[in-house]
Design a protein around this ligand. Structure first.
Ligand SMILES: Cc1ncc(COP(=O)(O)O)c(C=O)c1O
Length: 371
């Protein structure tokens, strides 16, 4: 169907990476890393050079998100998936309620559910619809996902929770450009391979005093076995010393720090939110205007400002067009989430994906379909 398609030179995006994670890492970051020569890579994470880098990232994030001064920025190995289990084992007393609307939020729910002493319940929305978390009177932990990367649904506001309840937010693909008041959350965590333009394998968590107290309470109760690698105590005390508990990937922290600096220089969180909004308007506006496209997420307030999911009429095969783009090297990573099985494009609106490149991508797709 699209076999004669070829992108004209003037429409080629400046970077072909439109994937929703791992995301576009600017080539300049690689050059900056190379310029560190023998001063960073291959040195110990307990020594000043790496600790200074970790400290810079912690301080940069604190400034960017305006994190309250009594919160701690903690880092560790294993990514957000690791935290699903670490939160279940180390922060849930007895009852957790999960608000789910896609693959990742469901996976997190399964982590809690598989712990024998946790009563885990789920409030779920159909895929493509949004869910708004609420306080649940007898739950000691509420779990919600800021941006569901699988479906392109973002949350619309967070609840006020009871005094002793923890509100935990998986912000993996939304952190940095989907609005969120950190002071309302107790654990706000993410992996940095999305908006924060780094690689996978790391988790970052902003923890409130209430969350830190809960972790200490549970760890002090020796009845519960918690694997050493999942100890919040170890993670928090290392974080205070600008370290991770075990050896991290230094390049991952380096890229994260570069992106935090870039986004602070860009004008901070508010400006990044505005830029994301502008890109989202472009894509959703285009999807609404073209008869062969539609927004997968019905309600505008739930349409992600980080991951746009756009359906293509079944007369055309999105995967065929994606293959052609990949073959010519013009665009990659815009496939629908593999388990969703939709005839769809899933397009990253992450900070480093330029508005002008998204504009070109919309023209490329329209040109392919309309010719
Ligand atoms: C919302 C969300 N949560 C969790 C994860 C898992 O992150 P990781 O692969 O770093 O464990 C992802 C990955 O894409 C995600 O998008």
């Amino acid at each position: 169907m699209f076999e004669n398609y070829k992108t004209p030179a003037e429409l080629l995006p400046s970077d072909p990476r439109f994937g929703c994670g791992p995301s576009l890492i600017p080539v300049e970051f690689l050059e900056k890393l190379a310029a560190t020569g023998n001063s960073l890579i291959g040195t110990s994470h307990r020594k000043p050079a790496v600790r200074k880098l970790v400290q810079e990232a912690q301080e940069g994030l604190t400034k960017y998100f305006n994190i309250p001064s009594d919160y701690q920025v903690v880092l560790g190995n294993g990514g957000a998936t690791f935290l699903f289990d670490m939160i279940a084992l180390g922060l849930v007393r007895k009852k957790a309620t999960h608000f789910t609307c896609g693959e990742f939020s469901s996976k997190w729910f399964k982590s809690s559910k598989s712990v024998p002493w946790i009563e885990a319940s789920e409030v779920s929305a159909e895929f493509g619809q949004g869910v708004v978390a609420e306080n649940v009177a007898d739950s000691d932990l509420i779990a919600t996902t800021l941006n569901e990367t699988s479906t392109g649904v973002q949350v619309d506001g967070l609840p006020e929770v009871d005094g002793d309840t923890l509100l935990c937010v998986d912000a993996t693909s939304g952190a940095g450009q989907v609005p969120c008041d950190i002071s309302k959350t107790d654990v706000f965590f993410f992996s940095p391979q999305k908006v924060f333009a780094s690689e996978g394998g790391l988790w970052v968590a902003f923890m409130s005093p209430k969350a830190i107290a809960r972790s200490k309470e549970i760890e002090a109760n020796k009845e519960r076995y918690i694997p050493g690698i999942m100890s919040w105590d170890a993670a928090i005390s290392n974080g205070e010393k600008n370290q991770t508990y075990n050896t991290p990937s230094i390049s991952t922290i380096f890229f994260l720090n570069e992106q935090v600096k870039l986004m602070n220089e860009f004008g901070g969180y508010e400006k990044a939110i505005e830029y994301a909004e502008k890109k989202a308007k472009l894509l959703y506006g285009w999807a609404e205007e073209k008869p062969y496209l539609s927004c997968y997420v019905g309600e505008d307030k739930f349409r992600s400002r980080a991951v746009a999911t756009i359906n293509l009429d079944d007369k055309y095969d999105a995967s065929e067009l994606i293959k052609i783009f990949e073959k010519e090297g013009s665009v990659n990573g815009i496939d629908a989430y593999r388990k969703l099985g939709k005839n769809q494009f899933r397009i990253s609106l992450f900070h480093n994906v330029k508005y002008e490149d998204l504009e070109k991508l919309t023209k490329m797709i329209s040109m392919a379909v309309e010719s």
